[in-house]
Design a protein. Structure first.
Length: 196
């Protein structure tokens, strides 16, 4: 078995935490796991991506182009930037909440989240899009959008391990004072995706 997950977003969205939760859940389920992060200017909302490679048949920590089974895009532009990693039959779950770049180089095009989402819908037939930041706010804090997306991945049945394994890791790894809000964000997103 081999299963590759790529998480893409910008600094401050919790890409690395989400990848850690997935990796730990996969290990808890008995799988071999390899991870790697590519971090841009994360202090300034730069690109951040994390590769989680699950299974014995994995060579190397970075997912080759066209090989990701699942792409979790925490931000539309970063999802577009990383779409070449997704395999043809792969699944993509995207947070529609846009995070415009902190700075815009002269002559660069305007940031247009609607155009980005239209491109993604045309490129990925099985695309699941929701405003996970808004769902996390329903739970109590927008900062739980990354965990909401993990709930969506579980609800969509796109993970190679059980939801229980992932929830056990969330309970163990998230500090107690943040557990309830993260649990709620996970459940809201899981239920919303299951209903689509």
């Amino acid at each position: 078995m081999k299963y590759d997950i790529l998480i893409a977003g910008v600094g401050g969205q919790g890409v690395v935490l989400a990848s850690r939760m997935l990796a730990l859940a996969a290990m808890k389920a008995g799988y071999h796991v390899s991870t790697a992060e590519t971090i841009g200017m994360s202090q300034r909302e730069g690109s951040v991506s994390s590769h989680i490679r699950i299974g014995e048949d994995v060579s190397g920590s970075l997912i080759p182009a066209g090989q990701a089974d699942l792409l979790l895009g925490l931000e539309p532009a970063e999802t577009v930037r990383n779409i070449p990693f997704l395999k043809k039959a792969g699944k993509a779950i995207v947070n529609t909440h846009a995070v415009p770049p902190a700075s815009k180089p002269p002559g660069s095009p305007e940031y247009d989240p609607e155009a980005l989402l239209s491109f993604l819908k045309a490129s990925c037939p099985g695309l699941l899009c929701l405003d996970f930041t808004e769902l996390a706010e329903e739970a109590g804090t927008y900062k739980a959008a990354n965990v909401a997306m993990l709930g969506a991945a579980a609800g969509a049945g796109t993970l190679p391990f059980s939801e229980e394994a992932l929830q056990a890791v969330l309970e163990a790894e998230i500090p107690e004072k943040y557990r309830a809000v993260n649990r709620k964000a996970f459940e809201i997103a899981r239920d919303r995706i299951s209903g689509l």
